[in-house]
Ligand binder design. Structure first.
Ligand SMILES: Nc1nc2c(c(=O)[nH]1)N[C@H]1C(S)=C(S)[C@@H](COP(=O)(O)OP(=O)(O)OC[C@H]3O[C@@H](n4cnc5c(=O)[nH]c(N)nc54)[C@H](O)[C@@H]3O)O[C@H]1N2
Ligand SMILES: Nc1nc2c(c(=O)[nH]1)N[C@H]1C(S)=C(S)[C@@H](COP(=O)(O)OP(=O)(O)OC[C@H]3O[C@@H](n4cnc5c(=O)[nH]c(N)nc54)[C@H](O)[C@@H]3O)O[C@H]1N2
Ligand SMILES: [Mo]
Length: 764
């Protein structure tokens, strides 16, 4: 590449982690004005008797009590425990139409919300409202709807088990299953795909399993940024000589080399540990082809071994005893030729065979994956092919082996476990009837896409959000924003101001709640909540900071009060009693879900407890009682991508953001500083369009023949090490080119990582 790079684009040669990570934390602490208190807070993250870090869902090691440094965990904690406040004076100073012009970074940087606020349309401002008036207003609006299914109840994955359980109780007692959830945009392909293959929509491994793995495969996740504590695990595995095979279109620095901030030698000597033993830059959306290639190579090795008089490389005993469907998968894989696999994956046959050799040689293999796998129109198929690959050699349900979906929000998995689902199963309905004496409706409700579609169509008139920033997280802001402005009621239970709150309805309320780090005191004294991590471990979390204002309520308290106002004494639920002592909520959780037996007691034990994941013990809760090999037909994810001029855009997180919360404008490991308006492109793709590094470009989403263009103008093209045909840009900015109709038909997961686009010199 040339010496002159676009403004803010530099070569970053350091390993991930190291001193730069410590410096970044110092900067965030200063920016959020919390230096002394903030440092203290950080020391309590993920400690026994401390709070669960809101940064990610990676589990805590069982036996550590020492402080585990995590740059992005520190940012998440610091942004929540900030000294900045967005109280009534703030809203008196700024009209909503002015705030609309602020960036997402500026909105959240205003600080913690302190008082319940209601929108006054004449003044175009949010004004303070008393809690009791707010609850009554919500109840009146909800009770006015001619049908409870005209209301949508969104959950973002930071909500605790206790809050999520009360929320689903309220909503089911109210009468709908409309539960759009952030996980619909995230790991839904896992939640839908894995139950059909292994009988549970969760990962099968524990943190300890990584100590016994002989090879680790990583598909489409960026742990150095999004799950930094996972780097400790990968760092240790690499040092043990475990091969780590990465499939990712971008060379993510932490997957190349990492300097562990807890390793005094690496810190003092400025050295680092290589992580990936092989790095395969698969094309965006090329994973299905790569996975079929891997299986093809494994089957070829098996045939060759048997021809040479060996016993083959498949785990035939496992396949025979535990599985169904290998013949169909074998036929599909055999019918897929290497030319197709190479063309779609963008990888050479040698590369795929090399990875297959590592796979076959290892006794125990774990496959980890993230959004690079799930956020595709064939996301569910991708997930199921990963399960197939593992099952070929019995890498499922035994020590050191299994599937590891790397979850996003710190309690996104728990929220689903305790009942946030638009498709309640019989066990859930039976449990609710047992515990509360009424049988909720079993009708299918809305997921996130369906909820937004119903809002746009004017069918749904009320939206309540338990956290999150639905409008900005969702595809197609033009359509989504317009729909939300037509609502009769919008309620946001939140810690910080964001753009969704500015999409005002006829009645709009922003209700401030306690965060993870805040002390939560109820009638019986200080409370703990519980969360479930990516590996099904459930444990307690206790905040200890003085809340930003005396007026704040906890999420459970806000939900209980809305429920009480809306339902009166319908079903005889003692809402006040439940929130007076959260043990009572946990007792009810236990009644509905027997797997939570002795919940409060077991949650208090250091490290918590693991929920039963049957597939971890080779019990298959599928319809046929077996683990199923499943075919995902074809290789191409989208007809539009066959357009020879199209490129496939993937939308990714920078190192300086938490979903729609933008901490800052740097993306250090990728060498981007002070800006986010860039598109990473291969140099051949630039040249083919007569473009060069630093040129201003427009990006248009291809959404089918007769729809309006989804356009982003005036971004800067950055020449980058990314496969030909693939381009990358930042989420959420790039949602403007993603059509609402572009999602996995099986799971409803939007295809944020496989967007067909056209790129051209900017004329805007
Ligand atoms: N600091 C921080 N932590 C977070 C979050 C955050 O925003 N910031 N978000 C949380 C949430 S909700 C989630 S879901 C997780 C997300 O964590 P990740 O799953 O790591 O999410 P992304 O950054 O979206 O990107 C994933 C990776 O996939 C790669 N990729 C893109 N397209 C493809 C593809 O087609 N195939 C393959 N194989 N790889 C591809 C990208 O290059 C990138 O490295 O992190 C959680 N933790
Ligand atoms: N293009 C594109 N779009 C994507 C993705 C992508 O990779 N690309 N990723 C998708 C994924 S994986 C996800 S999970 C979604 C994320 O979607 P969401 O979960 O809806 O979004 P967040 O940005 O995490 O929500 C941030 C807001 O949550 C509120 N908040 C923070 N902490 C708390 C709390 O403790 N309690 C309450 N009540 N509120 C709190 C704050 O007000 C903050 O503004 O986005 C999806 N959208
Ligand atoms: Mo997520």
């Amino acid at each position: 590449m040339k010496d002159r790079r676009p403004d803010g684009i530099e070569q970053y040669d350091h390993p991930a982690g190291g001193w730069d990570a410590l410096k970044a934390v110092a900067k965030t602490l200063a920016h959020q004005q919390v230096v002394a208190q903030g440092t203290m807070t950080l020391l309590k993250a993920n400690q026994p008797n401390g709070f669960d870090c809101p940064g990610c869902a990676w589990p805590d090691p069982k036996h550590t009590s020492s402080f585990e440094f995590c740059e992005n965990g520190a940012k998440a904690v610091t942004w929540e425990s900030t000294a900045k406040r967005a109280g009534p004076e703030f809203f008196a100073r700024h009209k909503v139409s002015d705030l609309w012009n602020w960036t997402d970074h500026q909105l959240e940087d205003a600080g913690r919300l302190c008082f319940p606020m209601r929108y006054n349309a004449e003044e175009d401002r949010y004004e303070p409202i008393e809690w009791s008036a707010a609850f009554k207003l919500i109840a009146d609006e909800l009770n006015k709807l001619d049908n409870p299914s005209r209301a949508e109840f969104y959950t973002s994955g930071r909500a605790s088990n206790e809050a999520a359980f009360l929320y689903q109780l309220f909503v089911r007692a109210y009468g709908t299953n409309n539960f759009p959830d952030c996980s619909n945009m995230c790991h839904e392909a896992t939640s839908v795909g894995l139950p059909k293959s292994i009988g549970v929509g969760k990962g099968t491994v524990t943190l300890e399993d990584f100590d016994y793995a002989d090879a680790i495969f990583s598909f489409g996740h960026n742990p150095g940024t999004n799950h930094p504590r996972m780097m400790t695990t990968l760092h240790n595995a690499s040092r043990r000589g475990v091969p780590i095979i990465v499939f990712n279109p971008l060379k993510e620095r932490a997957l190349e080399r990492f300097a562990a901030p807890q390793d005094p030698i690496e810190m003092v000597t400025l050295s680092s540990t290589p992580i990936a033993s092989a790095y395969h830059q698969v094309r965006t959306g090329g994973d299905l082809a790569a996975l079929k290639g891997l299986m093809k190579a494994v089957l070829e090795r098996d045939a060759a071994d048997i021809a040479a008089g060996g016993s083959g490389v498949l785990d035939r005993a496992f396949i025979e005893e535990h599985t169904v469907g290998l013949d169909a998968v074998r036929a599909d894989v055999e019918a897929t030729n290497w030319d197709q696999i190479v063309a779609v994956s963008g990888l050479t046959k040698d590369a795929i065979e090399g990875a297959a050799d590592v796979y076959v040689k290892a006794k125990n293999v774990i496959v980890c994956y993230g959004m690079g796998i799930t956020q595709h129109t064939n996301g569910t198929g991708n997930v199921q092919q990963i399960a197939n690959l593992l099952m070929l050699r019995g890498n499922m349900g035994r020590q050191g082996a299994g599937i590891a979906p790397i979850r996003g929000h710190s309690n996104v998995q728990g929220d689903r476990t305790v009942g946030i689902t638009e498709i309640p199963n019989k066990a859930l309905l039976d449990g609710m009837e047992r515990a509360f004496g009424f049988r909720p409706s079993g009708d299918k409700g809305h997921n996130a896409i369906e909820a937004v579609e119903a809002i746009i169509a004017g069918e749904s008139k009320a939206l309540i959000c338990l956290g999150g920033n639905l409008a900005v997280a969702m595809s197609d802001p033009d359509a989504t924003f317009g729909g939300m402005r037509k609502l009769d009621l919008a309620v946001h239970i939140a810690t910080k101001l964001n753009r969704s709150h500015l999409l005002t309805a006829k009645t709009s309320l922003v209700l401030p709640c306690l965060g993870r780090t805040d002390l939560d005191t109820q009638a019986s004294g200080p409370q703990a909540v519980t969360v479930e991590d990516s590996m099904s471990m459930v444990h307690a979390s206790r905040g200890f900071l003085k809340p930003p204002s005396d007026v704040l309520k906890s999420e459970p308290a806000i939900i209980a009060n809305i429920a009480k106002a809306t339902l009166g004494d319908r079903h005889g639920i003692d809402w006040d009693g439940l929130i007076a002592n959260y043990d009572r909520i946990r007792d009810k959780i236990e009644e509905v879900f027997p797997d939570f037996h002795e919940f409060s007691k077991r949650a208090r034990v250091r490290g918590g407890f693991r929920l039963d994941v049957a597939a971890s013990f080779r019990r298959w809760n599928t319809e046929n009682g077996k683990a199923n090999f499943l075919v995902a037909p074809g290789l191409d994810e989208d007809v539009l991508i066959k357009n020879p001029d199209a490129l496939v855009l993937t939308t990714i997180r920078s190192h300086d953001q938490y979903n729609t919360t933008i901490y800052g404008l740097d993306d250090r490991y990728r060498g981007v500083f002070g800006r986010r308006d860039v598109i990473f492109m291969n140099k051949d793709d630039l040249a083919r369009r007569g473009l060069k590094d630093g040129d201003r470009i427009d990006i248009r989403g291809l959404v089918g023949a007769d729809e309006a263009a989804h356009l982003v103008r005036g971004f800067t093209a950055v020449e980058y090490n990314i496969p030909k045909g693939s381009v990358a840009g930042y989420y959420p900015e790039m949602n403007a080119v993603v059509s609402l109709h572009h999602y996995d038909r099986l799971s409803g997961t939007p295809s944020y990582k496989g967007v067909p686009v056209m790129v051209a010199a900017s004329n805007g």
